[in-house]
Design a protein around this ligand. Structure first.
Ligand SMILES: *Cc1c(COP(=O)(O)O)cnc(C)c1O
Length: 362
């Protein structure tokens, strides 16, 4: 049976191999078999994220850990760096957690820059900030290194970083960056089914969490640490995801992480070239385009070609491929093409061919 091939920026296409692992027979989550499974994965997760900290597995989508980070780490006031739908939402979530929060808003399509963050942190009002490395709604990848470098100037501020659509696709050296929390959901660049998140905390984040009294239970970072020390999770995890994650880690290291990063960069460059060849401009400011998806400008900003996006989507769908038609307030005035996960030059060329076909019929 054929199915619609996903080229939306999450959830992304899941391979047969991953599904095979996902449907492994269940084991008890307190069994030695589970501890052995998590224990086998731990060094691979640590190598992938360039960390010596224990990497946690949370049965939730990314938002669970994003909300959890606010509850675990914000005592005084959080600075929410905002440049698109997901980063804007984190401000709302911070307030819903009853926290004092302040936005640092830049126009959609622009990145977060260190200079603006520095100015805010210099007020001394903040003990945490949220930052989205790859804003999936706008296709903007903000410069992680320059933001993370501020941590040295503000060691008491907790740097909470969403790498939901960049983790595994580009090099994220957690320990060297010096940030405090880094998280991702599995349905984006990991190319696993949705429903699980992977995250890591600095020792400073764990120490800070210990001072907060209303961390709750399900997302209590200290529970994750305590359990991970015994190769377990605080509550019953989605065990299928854990099997699938092990299988994916094997694939990632068989390909080689550097080759994987290079593949994502190359495929994104191919998509940008496709857009330029068809007269489109890109939505992100030049130099800040994502390596996992391309957000094509379609009237949101001046310049470039404009097409009927719902019609384009339908024509592409008729060829068995699901593409995205833009997110939130830039729905229809942008569209997004994902290359994250298991995509190759062959599969991307199929997408471009379907798009070419559709464009002829517009
Ligand atoms: C998809 C996404 C989220 C939200 O993930 P959920 O799985 O819906 O919780 C958050 N941040 C970014 C950057 C995303 O791409």
């Amino acid at each position: 049976m054929g199915h619609l091939k996903l080229h939306i920026p999450g959830p992304v296409e899941v391979s047969e191999r991953t599904f095979q692992a996902f449907r492994s027979p269940m084991i008890g989550h307190r069994s030695q078999a589970f501890k052995d499974l998590y224990g086998r994965m731990q060094p691979k997760l640590q190598a992938l994220l360039y960390t010596r900290q224990l990497v946690y597995i949370s049965t939730s989508s990314a938002w669970g850990v994003m909300e959890g980070a606010i509850r675990n780490l914000v005592a005084k006031k959080v600075l929410n760096c905002m440049c698109g739908a997901f980063s804007d939402k984190w401000f709302d979530v911070s307030k819903r957690c009853g926290k004092d929060a302040e936005p640092l808003q830049v126009p959609w399509g622009s990145p977060i820059r260190a200079e603006a963050v520095d100015k805010k942190l210099a007020t001394g009002q903040f003990d945490a900030l949220t930052f989205i490395h790859n804003e999936t709604s706008t296709g903007v990848m903000s410069p992680m290194a320059e933001i993370a470098a501020l941590k040295r100037k503000y060691p008491d501020v907790m740097f909470i970083v969403d790498t939901v659509s960049s983790m595994t696709a580009t090099k994220l050296e957690f320990d060297a960056l010096g940030i405090d929390v880094m998280l991702a959901g599995t349905q984006k660049a990991f190319a696993l089914p949705p429903g699980t998140a992977v995250f890591v905390c600095s020792p400073a984040a764990l120490a800070k969490a210990a001072t907060l009294k209303d961390r709750g239970y399900y997302f209590d970072f200290l529970e994750f640490q305590k359990n991970a020390e015994g190769n377990m999770t605080p509550s019953t995890p989605s065990i299928g995801h854990v099997f699938a994650l092990e299988s994916k880690l094997d694939e990632i290291f068989a390909e080689g992480v550097d080759a994987r990063f290079a593949r994502h960069a190359k495929l994104a460059a191919m998509t940008r070239a496709w857009a330029a060849n068809h007269g489109f401009t890109l939505f992100p400011d030049q130099g800040f385009e994502s390596v996992t998806l391309t957000c094509v400008n379609n009237g949101a900003k001046p310049g470039g070609r404009v097409v009927d996006v719902p019609k384009l989507q339908k024509l592409v769908r008729d060829q068995g491929i699901l593409m995205d038609g833009g997110y939130g307030k830039i729905k229809g005035t942008t569209f997004r093409l994902s290359n994250m996960g298991d995509e190759t030059e062959v599969t991307m060329n199929r997408l471009y061919a379907a798009l070419d076909n559709a464009m002829k019929q517009l």
